[in-house]
Write a protein that binds this ligand. Sequence first.
Ligand code: NAP
Length: 102
Amino acid sequence: MAEAEPSFKDPRWSLKGVTALVTGGTKGIGYAIVEELAALGAAVHICSRNQTEINERVREWESKGFKLSGSVCDLTSKAQREELIKTVSSVFHGKLNILILL
Ligand SMILES: NC(=O)c1ccc[n+]([C@@H]2O[C@H](COP(=O)([O-])OP(=O)(O)OC[C@H]3O[C@@H](n4cnc5c(N)ncnc54)[C@H](OP(=O)(O)O)[C@@H]3O)[C@@H](O)[C@H]2O)c1
């Protein structure tokens, strides 16, 4: 019998211990990327401009057992981008492995 093709759900694929920042993680492409990274075990931080939506997404993902955090950031603002990096550095203790900028 032919061996099954490896998939991203294969237990050999793991992002446990890996940290990721996904901007625009509350909707669309960002949301889908967060789902995949977190399902593989990564700790993910998201940002968007809407605190209520961030809270809803974090609650939703925490209920699935994902390691998630989020904070508000308008990426058009240099000051808010700098604040985001400080927050992420604090949350992940200075280690960021994956950066998804949308
Ligand atoms: N969907 C496609 O087929 C497609 C194709 C090619 C390229 N793209 C590009 O890929 C990116 C994502 O597309 P999408 O369809 O996933 O969009 P989307 O569903 O509108 O999601 C955009 C995400 O980014 C956040 N966001 C928007 N402006 C922001 C800002 N200034 N600061 C921080 N967060 C911000 C949004 O949250 P808030 O609005 O609450 O801040 C939301 O979480 C866009 O740049 C789009 O142009 C999309």
